[in-house]
Design a protein around this ligand. Structure first.
Ligand code: SAM
Ligand code: SF4
Length: 340
């Protein structure tokens, strides 16, 4: 294995000068919803259980990532709260340290269904931030979008997370044309009243059924147009590596964000690496290749060997996701398996 010599803090700067700080870990490809833009209704080819990383293997990988310069870990999936060991995983990651003795930030993206039960233990374990995905406030639409009748559970989960101290909660919303694209203003009103930060995410070509069509995608510009007719929007400065462009709503302090990954890519500021639930490192959501960490890890590779795989993976990172280029090919794995 090559590249072990580069395994020092600061090693995660790619050939385009981007320093990488953030590791997104998919903990499982399973989910208790079936959002139409993410998973098929049935017939998902699940990862074999024995291929999923266990907490000890995850810690080893995160520890090496921290040694190389990562400072943040976001847990996602699939639905991360389906992992029976989720509280243990959060606690063990939160207890790790960077070479300068700081603990990593541990955050999570979840559909919120199990937050009522888990928000408090997760905060006690060291979870600092949560993003909850919610696309509609109408039960019939929730059922149509997610194929499950669970809106009340998500709303209760968001309340539990706020009560457990995870404020401000970021709410991720995806608008689908003809399904919920008339709800942008209602969703922002709800979020502002509740003290949550809503962020609209453009639909990306990552669904299992490969049904994404550019012409059907609700663009960030359209969303801003609809919001601008209902609210006074003032840009919030200092976007940094954060993907959301944000606006104060009616003078603030409440804000709304738009993550226009397709029409206004932010690849130039990307600081993320991704680890799939079966231990494959990806340098981009849209990467066409993965670097296998699980096989060498289980075969007894040294920390330096594994660090070398991180560095090699990053070295191959392209300047952008290429969605807007003619030869673009959607990755084989859907969002639920890569980790959103
Ligand atoms: N199950 C969790 C949840 O829904 O928050 C975590 C995983 S989910 C894949 C993470 C985020 O990806 C969600 O906010 C979801 O809306 C978003 N997502 C899923 N498929 C997407 C797609 N095709 N384009 C854009 N975002 C997508
Ligand atoms: Fe599950 Fe999240 Fe995908 Fe919806 S977006 S199907 S909640 S993984």
């Amino acid at each position: 294995m090559s590249g072990g010599g580069a395994a020092a803090p600061g090693a995660l700067v790619d050939t385009h000068g981007r320093a990488h700080r953030d590791l997104r870990i998919s903990l499982t490809d399973h989910c208790n919803l079936r959002c139409t833009y993410c998973m098929p209704a049935e017939g998902v080819a699940w990862l074999p259980r024995e291929e999923l990383l266990d907490p000890g293997e995850l810690m080893r990988i995160v520890r090496i990532g921290l040694r190389l310069g990562l400072t943040e870990v976001r847990l996602t999936g699939g639905e991360p709260l389906l992992r029976p060991d989720i509280v243990e995983i959060v606690a063990r990651i939160a207890a790790l340290q960077t070479p300068t003795g700081e603990h990593p930030e541990v955050s999570m993206t979840t559909n919120g269904l199990y937050l009522s039960r888990l928000a408090e233990p997760l905060v006690d374990a060291g979870l600092t931030r949560v993003n909850v995905s919610l696309d509609t406030l109408r039960p019939d639409r929730f059922l149509a979008l997610t194929r499950r009748d669970r809106l009340a559970d998500v709303l209760a989960g968001i309340e539990a997370a706020a009560a457990a101290g995870l404020r401000p909660i970021k709410v991720n919303t995806l608008l689908m044309r003809g399904v919920n694209d008339d709800e942008a203003v209602d969703l922002v009103r709800w979020a502002v009243a509740a003290g949550h930060e809503l962020r609209f995410i453009e639909h990306m070509p990552l669904d299992a059924g490969h049904t994404w069509r550019r012409a059907e995608m609700v663009t960030g510009e359209e969303i801003l147009g609809a919001l601008g007719a209902a609210f006074a929007l003032t840009p919030v400065p200092a976007r940094g590596a954060a993907p959301a462009e944000r606006w104060y709503v009616d003078g603030g302090p409440a804000t709304v964000g738009v993550i226009a990954s397709v029409t206004r890519p932010f690849c130039g500021a990307c600081d993320r690496l991704r680890l799939t639930a079966d231990g494959q490192l990806r340098n981009c959501l849209f990467a066409r290749e993965e670097s296998d960490l699980r096989t060498p890890l289980r075969a007894g590779a040294s920390d330096d060997d594994l660090a070398g795989i991180f560095v090699d993976c990053l070295r191959r990172k392209l300047p952008g996701h290429g969605i807007n280029e003619p030869g673009f090919l959607q990755p084989q794995r859907p969002m639920s398996a890569i980790g959103g």
